[in-house]
Design a protein around this ligand. Structure first.
Ligand code: ZN
Ligand code: ZN
Length: 151
């Protein structure tokens, strides 16, 4: 009896998370990747983050799970290759990864990096306007400065 009760509680609590996990599963299936627990965990972390995460940051967030750093790296590479995840280098020679279908839409967007704390923020796609006379299909825009906290 006691066991049944505990189980019910867990299911109820995980209800919301499971619904969104289903979206991630569907996303993996769309690109022909198997929805493994590891891939789902990495995607869930990227989705939770409001800004791009480096491999080290993703691995740190998953510390304590069964995923070691090498596995996390392989998963990030696979997800990037499949087009679910975008990777960007904001100029500090560190790849940062972010989920593609965020509120930012599917398109690449500019990033802002704080020169003091190195925090990276996503900017709306139209935050920077580039004249078609200069270039079309610009996919990588980085802006540097001091963030609000570091001003
Ligand atoms: Zn800062
Ligand atoms: Zn971004």
């Amino acid at each position: 009896m006691a066991t049944t009760k505990t189980r019910k509680k867990t299911v109820a609590r995980a209800g919301g998370a499971r619904a969104t996990d289903e979206a991630l599963r569907a996303r993996l299936r769309e690109v022909g990747l198997k929805a493994t627990a590891g891939r789902l965990s990495v995607l869930a972390e990227l989705r939770r983050a409001k800004s791009p995460l480096s491999h080290a940051e993703v691995a740190a967030r998953l510390a304590g799970s069964q995923l070691d750093k090498v596995t996390v790296w392989r998963i990030l590479v696979a997800l990037t290759g499949a087009g679910i995840v975008d990777r960007t280098d904001v100029g500090d020679h560190t790849w940062r990864f972010e989920l593609r279908d965020t509120a930012m839409g599917h398109d690449p967007h500019p990033h802002f990096m704080c020169v003091t704390c190195k925090a990276v923020q996503c900017l709306p796609r139209d935050a920077v306007h580039i004249s078609p006379r200069i270039g079309r299909g610009v996919i990588d825009v980085r802006i540097k400065g001091r963030c609000e906290r570091c001003l």
